[in-house]
Design a binder for this molecule. Sequence first.
Ligand code: PRP
Ligand code: URA
Length: 208
Amino acid sequence: MKIKIINHSLIQHKLTLLRNKNTNAKDFREYLNEISRLLAFEVLRDIKLKQIEIETPIQKTKAKVLNEKINLFPILRAGQGMVEGFLGVVPNAKIGHIGLYRDEKTFKAKKYLFKFPKDAKEESLNIILDPMIATGGSAIEAIKFLKKENIKNIKFVSIVTVEEAINKINQKFPDVELITCAVDQKLNQKGYIIPGLGDAGDRIYGTK
Ligand code: PRP
Ligand code: URA
């Protein structure tokens, strides 16, 4: 199992608030946004830099600035809830959208949209966002779309997942870095993560 687990105390605290079934949609969105911003800070820790020359009030000096294009790929709907947090840290990132929903009976991911910024085909860092990786079907489809378009340097950032899904993704795409906040026990018969946090899309948008 190859995965980076971000177990920062602040993130774990906010994740507990997300998991709690008494958290309403408004608060759920806010906590997800806060976690995403904290995650972005970790995920972008080693983003490429270049040196430029600037002048401080005292003298000329060389200093570092960001030197990597960043594209965010939220998987709709739930991944959209992580975009604002990332943009809080890298406001110039471009956004591609991956529209997928999971068939409730077969758990197979069905595509309804794929639109990406053209920068993604150039040298760039491409971050797929989805709070939940359960069977791994949606994550695998999303990575496949990017790879089919020759989009490289892919990271996948989630909030909760399970070991089984990580192993599946690692096996298919060993070059894709997976980042999460928690690896839960397993899936129930309906394909939901146990204990998980329920249906992330429904909780964000109040649709159930
Ligand atoms: C959820 C979640 C993931 C997917 C994970 O989305 O946001 O995309 O399920 O499940 P998997 O790993 O078994 O594929 P869902 O399909 O419910 O769509 P929604 O975000 O529109 O509710
Ligand atoms: N999708 C979700 O939103 N939650 C789960 O637990 C599994 C799939």
